[in-house]
Design a binder for this molecule. Structure first.
Ligand code: SF4
Length: 292
């Protein structure tokens, strides 16, 4: 990997007059010792798997073994069928697709971890919902996914993308940043607009803790996917009209990494703090593990 920072990425894009997705596919081809065409075929496979996860998730109401989750997407679909979402069709689809995918994950269905399983609904929901509503062709969706991929890859050079290392800011937060960049690419934005969208999404999710109830990737993880899909759209809209993050994205990644270090271990996937130690969570734990 010759690109270690967003500054490297921006410089290369501007100096060589290349889109971010082109750089991403060339880097991947180099790393994997395959052709760019083969990279795009593999990305299409991922995109297809994402779409299948959405489709399967939309059909199912099967609950997880805990019995807590699995039918939220269905509830949302029923509401939308009657009155539609306040913010229109794209919002409707992002929230439903994010829940559908995250619920497929809890059922042990096939999903694409992007960047992790817990945050698997964010990037697909944004790419697929916007593509459907704006008639964006498959090749542009692949460009979007490649853009998302290189954003995640660069962040992962500095921060391990795991709730256990840096909290949920490193999972759902980074996923939202990836989705924001993908969306700007799909809508024809420039290199700077893509990086601004990624920066704005990441900056506004710093400090997000990881406190899953009973250690299961269910509460708060599933619904968080829907929230952060919408968050990505906000970042993209702002970036596309020229709003900029005053703090450059590389510095935001540094803050994400340092915030992860400062975060108490109680809030990093140990389920020893936060939501996982509320009165209700402790009661759920007793029932789930049949404790006296
Ligand atoms: S709360 Fe923790 S386990 Fe759940 S998605 Fe976020 S990082 Fe992953």
């Amino acid at each position: 990997m010759t690109i270690l920072s967003f500054e490297d990425l921006r410089n290369k894009s501007l100096e060589e007059n290349k889109s971010i997705y082109r750089i991403a596919e060339e880097e991947e081809a180099l790393l994997s010792e395959i052709t760019v065409d083969m990279v795009r075929i593999k990305v299409l496979e991922d995109l297809t798997a994402m779409k299948s996860a959405i489709k399967n998730g939309l059909k199912s109401t099967e609950k997880a073994i805990s019995g807590w989750c699995g039918d939220d997407c269905d509830k949302l679909k029923k509401r939308y069928r009657v009155q539609g979402a306040l913010f229109g069709k794209v919002f409707e689809k992002i929230t439903a697709y994010a829940l559908a995918t995250a619920e497929e994950n809890l059922r042990m269905g096939r999903i694409v971890a992007c960047p992790t399983a817990g945050s698997c609904g964010i990037v697909p929901s944004v790419i697929v919902a916007v593509a459907e509503e704006k008639n964006i062709p498959e090749t542009k969706q692949i460009d979007g996914l490649l853009t998302a991929g290189i954003i995640g890859l660069i962040v992962s050079n500095k921060v391990q993308l795991a709730g256990a290392v840096a909290g949920c800011q490193a999972e759902c937060g980074v996923a939202s940043s990836m989705a924001a960049g993908a969306l700007v690419e799909m809508l024809g934005g420039s290199t700077d607009e893509i990086l601004q969208a990624a920066a704005l999404a990441m900056k506004n999710i710093l400090g997000l803790t990881c406190d899953p109830v009973c250690g299961l990737v269910e509460v708060p993880c599933i619904k968080r996917n829907a929230f952060l899909g919408v968050h990505a759209v906000t970042a993209a809209e702002l970036a596309l009209c020229g709003v900029e993050s005053k703090i450059p994205i590389d510095e935001i990644v540094d803050v994400l990494q340092r915030t992860g270090q400062l975060m108490s271990p109680l809030l990093k996937e140990t389920s020893l703090g936060g939501l996982a130690k509320t009165k209700t969570a402790l009661e759920l734990e007793k029932v789930l593990f049949k404790q006296d």
